[in-house]
Design a protein. Sequence first.
Length: 312
Amino acid sequence: MILVVAEHRDGKLNRATLETIAAAQTTASPVKVAVLGSGVDAVAKEVAAADVAEVVTVDDPALKDYTADGFVLALEQLIGSENPERVFFPHTYQTRDFAPALAARVKRPLVTDCVAVKGSGYVRPMFQGKMQADVAVEGPHMATFQIGAFRADAMKSGGSAQVKNASISIDASKIRQKPEAPFKEAKQAVDLSQAERIVSVGRGIKGQEHLQLAQQLAQALGAELAASRPICDAGWLPMDRQIGSSGQTVAPKLYVALGISGAIQHLVGMKGSRTIVAINKDPEAPIFEIADYGIAGDLFEVVPAMIAELNK
Ligand SMILES: Cc1cc2nc3c(=O)[nH]c(=O)nc-3n(C[C@H](O)[C@H](O)[C@H](O)COP(=O)(O)OP(=O)(O)OC[C@H]3O[C@@H](n4cnc5c(N)ncnc54)[C@H](O)[C@@H]3O)c2cc1C
């Protein structure tokens, strides 16, 4: 059995949780989902609509606000009682905070940032995405899944799983941390991983003064604005808008790349997008290899035409 640990905030399920359930559903094992927190009935019901065997809640005031100790204490007991062969997590900031401590506590190997399930093992990128490693694991273990590696809309739903409250009590005096505001990359950071549409600009935009063109396209599409690294390094856009191995990993429905060459460090951050549109004046640019729609042309001609068409 696979136990997927759900993540939610303010009563809203994180989309990466659905992706992780989709990952678990690619295996032949039954899937259960754990929902931790305080007052999690609504979130548990939402998860129960997925095609899973059972939803297990740990509902405790000590888990109202996330702390690493609280989650480790709760999951240690839950893993003890449910005894799943594998435990899956979305590879989020929160998971990165507590999963290593949990792995040490329950003495299970932890395979992080996986992009695929391969038999009883996993595939994960190495060296900034330049290589993919096949990782074999023996015995009960845990794995985290990169955002965008699986599609949330590939999750099989239509289930009506039972919601069970695990009888677990958490000793609040053992929680050493004080809850803090959820981690954000930078002040006023945008969470691009939740964006449905993204317009991303690269060095082909030439100058900061031309960003407003990309902004107009983003507005016409109802999209967030993002960029390749050189744009953020130059300070034309804040760092929290950078996509790639040293920026955010995103998987929107639509990713429009304007004047981005498609370096591997950029691709690893956006290749999970459902539809990729690339506009680049170099027909040999690597971005076209992963684009669903490619326009080999000057973005300063193509983008105004797109905006005009969209605004019609
Ligand atoms: C350790 C490390 C980490 C990195 N992390 C990241 C990361 O997180 N994110 C990231 O993006 N990069 C990252 N990089 C950098 C990465 O290797 C590339 O250098 C970068 O992605 C290139 O950005 P670009 O595509 O905007 O620029 P370029 O590679 O310079 O490409 C510009 C493109 O614009 C096209 N172009 C030019 N003019 C026009 C026009 N008028 N109309 C249409 N197209 C035009 C060109 O044909 C070209 O393909 C990292 C590098 C390293 C070493």
